[in-house]
Design a protein around this ligand. Structure first.
Ligand code: DSN
Length: 406
């Protein structure tokens, strides 16, 4: 690359990524093919509109690309184009959720979503997000004792508040979601069900987690978490809602689609159809359970007592360590996590009581249960403030043994 400064930054970031153990639950390690498509010549092209209805000439290959991406998306989740539509143009998850609400929920109406500090997402109606300013959020929580969803309570809140739309699917909830119960709760009050499967889409694709499609009206997913694609988003919707959603995505909210991003998503969707990806999805969960089990064995408290996904919430406050301190201490030795609130947190989101861990990236790099047990040991030692230098060397050694995808 001629730009030496940017070239250096790319090389430094590449070195950083290969030399750490990345446990950020929303990140993954893309294939070289995904990155090649993302950096392809498609980046040069404007294609406002949809296939065969563009506002610019020269879109024959982009039309083919977008149709292919849509077909692959539907196929991956076993959907018929007769009953489901998919929009592959959203730039990312938050604008995708915004588009869904603008298309289907009247301004000022109620959106019901999991409270942010209990594992929800800003774009599920939180007051600091545009979604909480244009619409009213009705928040639900998790049960204080089990730290899991309490469907009776969610049903009671829905009955009282009569939301127009209920969001299921979260950023820091590690258990199986009963989509059928959400459907029944929504039907009782005439609400729509939006499943935000951004975190577990790859697990659904790999048949390692229940599919929300039989019960949802709309399913949104980002493509870069367990699905292992580039940063982007997809909106699946029952046919009756698709036209409205398409009109909000373009021209309502966005301009020209990022064709290079759509190309990279299409590559990831094809990769996710392979038998190897199914194995991968199952291994992510096995790894998360091994990591969580071993951390419990060392005496750490796992929120809700375990995990059914790629994600683990660890309560660090039980050992009198804040989430921020834990995250910083782990980063010192090359283990990358994020600080996270835990249900009924008494601390602030800037320095909460826990950390969130995820196994999507380390599983891509080929790590299995024995490595998860080693990592649990490293985390335990670092958080207890022992053997920092020794752990740092061990982390570097382990990371070197499991390089990123080529
Ligand atoms: N920021 C993402 C996450 O880390 O879960 C969600 O958008």
């Amino acid at each position: 690359m001629k730009d030496k400064h940017i070239d250096k930054l790319i090389k430094n970031e590449s070195k950083r990524q290969t030399s750490v153990i990345n446990l950020i639950a929303s990140e993954n390690d893309t294939s070289a093919d995904v990155r090649e498509a993302l950096g392809s010549i498609f980046v040069n092209k404007y294609a406002e509109g949809y296939p065969k209805a563009r506002y610019y000439g020269g879109n024959e290959y982009i039309d083919e690309l977008e149709e292919l991406a849509k077909a692959r998306a539907l196929k991956l989740f076993g959907l018929s184009s007769k009953t489901w539509g998919v929009n592959v143009q959203p730039y990312s998850g938050s604008p995708a959720n915004l588009a869904i609400y603008f298309a289907l929920v009247s301004v000022g109406a109620k959106i019901m979503g999991l409270e942010l500090t209990m594992g929800g997402h800003l774009s599920h109606g939180h007051k600091v997000s545009m979604t909480g300013k244009v619409w009213q959020q009705v928040a639900y929580g998790v049960d204080k004792k089990t730290e899991m969803l309490d469907y009776d309570e969610i049903g009671r809140i829905a009955q009282k508040e009569k939301p127009a739309l209920i969001v299921a699917g979260f950023t820091a909830y590690s258990r199986i979601i009963d989509f059928k119960k959400f459907r029944a709760i929504a039907d009782n009050v005439g609400a729509l069900v939006l499943v935000d499967m951004s975190h577990f889409a790859g697990l659904v694709a790999g048949k390692a987690y229940p599919s929300p499609f039989p019960y949802a009206d709309i399913v949104m997913t980002t493509t870069h978490k367990t699905l292992r694609g580039p940063r982007s988003a997809l909106i699946f919707s029952k046919k009756e809602f698709s036209e409205k959603i398409d009109k909000v995505v373009f021209p309502g909210l966005q301009g020209g689609p990022h064709a290079n991003q759509i190309a990279a998503v299409a590559v990831a969707l094809q990769e996710a159809q392979s038998p190897a990806f199914k194995k991968y999805a199952k291994q992510i969960i096995k790894n998360a359970r091994a990591l969580s089990g071993e951390l419990s064995h060392y005496g750490w408290r796992i929120v809700s007592g375990g995990t059914d996904t790629h994600l683990i919430l660890l309560d660090t406050q039980v050992q009198d360590i804040s989430g921020a301190r834990a995250s910083d201490a782990l980063e010192e030795v090359g283990i990358i996590v994020n600080k996270n609130t835990i249900p009924y947190d008494t601390r602030s989101p800037r320095d909460p009581s826990g950390i969130r861990l995820g196994t999507a990236d380390v599983t891509t790099r080929g790590m299995r249960e024995p490595q998860m047990r080693m990592i649990a040991g490293f985390i335990d030692e670092v958080l207890r403030g022992i053997h920092g230098d020794v752990v740092k060397k061990s982390v570097a050694r382990l990371a070197k043994q499991f390089p990123q995808q080529k």
